[in-house]
Design a protein around this ligand. Structure first.
Ligand SMILES: [Zn+2]
Length: 351
């Protein structure tokens, strides 16, 4: 949080200096709209008013690499800024998108893109399956995007939620076309590298972490990596285990970033403020501390209710968290401590 405030300050100072002086040497990132910090509270039964949510350019990472995000204070799931961040690389070779925001704001997401480029929408890569990142996939596929993702993400999208149940009803256009797999013998190796608009873009499949089908996206020249949701600084860690996620994998993901990111590389989470790799370390320490304590209690025979009541997250209350976010985290760690189901067709059959 403090980092984003400082950045905002420096951007304000730059804005105060006549723009001519900066025209040749603008400093990136430019924080256009700071992420909300809360606290945010909603009345019981509150429904997200999609018609009120705006999609804006919130950060500029290079002259042709922009970030889109939604309004703060309205989206119950993501009050700091609605939905998941979208990245847009644009230029003469057309538009490359990372993720597509919620389905309900598809038109606004496209309109925001059209404020800075009229290039054709060509490539879309999904960082993970959740609807705040893939909701407008079909909309952008119909605009011309070829969709890339991990095979596990595709399987998660098309596999029935219950054995012998019906397949999920979703527009077939939303399903990724080009897929690849995570190779445990070569963590950090890009599965796909694209050269577009003066950038070299790597799609790097991740170990099962936030989900079993995560991809992080590196922009080599801008020195930026979209790290999606295995890290967050608004709310507690979330491993979506039914979609193949793993708390242990999140720790491995952080360790991988100590090698695939440099000290100055900007990391762009799906939610919360922008960070550097060193900011992942206190988060890692929290994960290890909670895993150790929850596992010890489960080994002693404590029930989930007893572990929840122990309030093990108390030392880490800071980051706009809710009871729901806290309990979801502990529940995931407890579930993973023993008899953790394997990933089958992109999903885990959690008890
Ligand atoms: Zn997200």
């Amino acid at each position: 949080m403090r980092k984003s405030a400082l950045l905002f300050l420096s951007v304000s100072i730059m804005a105060a200096i006549p723009s001519m002086a900066w025209a040749q040497q603008e400093e990136y990132p430019i924080i256009v709209v700071p992420t909300g910090e809360g606290p945010f509270t909603f009345p019981q039964g509150y429904q997200t008013p999609w018609d009120q949510i705006e999609i804006m350019v919130t950060e500029k990472m290079s002259p042709n690499l922009f970030v889109l995000h939604g309004s703060q204070g309205l989206d119950r799931g993501h009050p700091d800024a609605s939905g998941g961040r979208v990245m847009v690389l644009f230029g003469p070779d057309g538009v490359l998108l990372v993720d597509t925001q919620n389905r309900q704001v598809a038109d606004k997401t496209l309109a925001a893109i059209r404020t800075f480029t009229d290039g054709p929408i060509k490539v879309l890569v999904n960082s993970h399956v959740h609807s705040d990142h893939t909701g407008a996939n079909a909309f952008f596929a119909n605009q011309g995007a070829l969709i890339f993702a991990q095979e596990n993400l595709r399987l998660d999208m098309i596999t029935p939620r219950r054995p012998n149940g019906p397949p999920p009803t979703r527009d077939p256009a939303s399903v990724p076309v080009v897929t690849y797999r995570y190779d445990p013998t070569a963590p950090g190796e890009p599965a796909v590298t694209l050269n577009m608009n003066g950038e070299t873009v790597d799609f790097i499949p991740m170990m099962p972490s936030h989900t079993g089908g995560d991809t992080v996206v590196r922009f080599r020249n801008a020195n930026v990596i979209y790290i999606e949701d295995f890290y967050r600084n608004f709310g507690f860690p979330f491993a979506a285990q039914t979609s193949g996620g793993s708390i242990q994998g999140m720790i491995e993901a952080i360790d991988l970033f100590q090698t695939i990111a440099g000290p100055d590389t900007w990391l762009i989470p799906g939610h919360g403020t922008l960070i550097h790799r060193e900011d992942l370390l206190p988060y890692r320490a929290m994960l290890v501390d909670i895993v150790t304590k929850v596992t010890a209690r489960r080994d002693q025979g404590q029930s989930l209710e007893e572990v929840l009541a122990a309030n093990l997250t108390a030392p880490y209350e800071a980051q706009g968290d809710t009871q729901q976010s806290r309990d979801r985290f502990i529940r995931a760690v407890y579930a993973e401590a023993r008899d953790f189901p394997p990933i089958v067709n992109g999903r885990r059959a959690m008890p």
